[in-house]
Ligand binder design. Structure first.
Ligand code: CA
Length: 219
């Protein structure tokens, strides 16, 4: 049985299919602007969400708009989307409605971004580099669909596709984690790797196009 699983995993790695790896200490690099390079993240559990927390770290020197995290369902574009409109302006979407969080300008530093959303109040809370950027409300009472395509590196305008090269991500992304509940973001200083939906230390993913995995450059 174990042999079979190892064999299947090896085969999937060799054929570029779905892999499950401990990514601790590693980062995905999107080395070139493209509309073809992306990583599809597969959640540990498929479920609709009335609360969630999402964390990731990234480095880029892009000054144009780009996507950090794109979660689409078959019926809704931008079901969850973390999108940088321009340097220091973070757009957060739930159910295709967006709010904006403005950060102090610090363009060429790595970012550690965490956001939580609670359906009962509609409150979205966003922290950047360990500091809160405030709270805003959107989609109160809404339920996020569970049958999703979750993509980093590109912004989806359909279910798993319709990428725009001018919204692609170029740079490094690491320590992506997602939970099906609100985690106090004050506690995210170090504990950002083991979400129960997306767990960086047991990441289930499929990379496509020119994506390279290397040891991370930044903490
Ligand atoms: Ca979109």
């Amino acid at each position: 049985m174990a042999k079979l699983i190892v064999g299947a995993l090896l085969l999937s790695v060799l054929t570029g299919g779905v892999a499950q790896l401990d990514m601790k200490g590693k980062a995905f690099i999107f080395p070139q602007e493209s509309a073809t390079a992306y990583v599809s993240l597969i959640p540990q559990v498929k479920k609709s969400l009335q609360n969630f927390t999402l964390c990731l770290k990234a480095f880029t020197d892009l000054t144009r708009p780009y996507s950090l995290f794109s979660y689409n369902t078959k019926t809704r574009d931008n079901e969850i989307l973390l999108f940088v409109e321009k340097v220091g302006e973070y757009m957060f979407y739930v159910g295709n409605s967006g709010v904006i969080f403005k950060a102090p300008l610090n363009p060429y530093a790595p970012i550690h971004i965490c956001v939580s959303w609670e359906s009962a109040s509609g409150i979205a809370e966003l922290w950047l580099n360990g500091k809160p950027l405030g709270r805003k409300g959107l989609k109160k009472g809404y339920t996020v669909g569970g049958e999703a395509k979750i993509i980093i590196g590109q912004e989806q305008d359909s279910f798993g596709g319709r990428f725009d090269i001018k919204q692609s991500f170029v740079g490094d992304i690491w320590e992506v984690a997602m939970w099906d509940h609100v985690v106090p973001l004050k506690m995210m200083d170090d504990g950002c790797r083991s979400g129960n939906l997306i767990n960086w230390q047991s990441l289930i993913f499929e990379d496509n196009g020119y994506v390279v995995t290397k040891p991370k450059l930044w903490d």
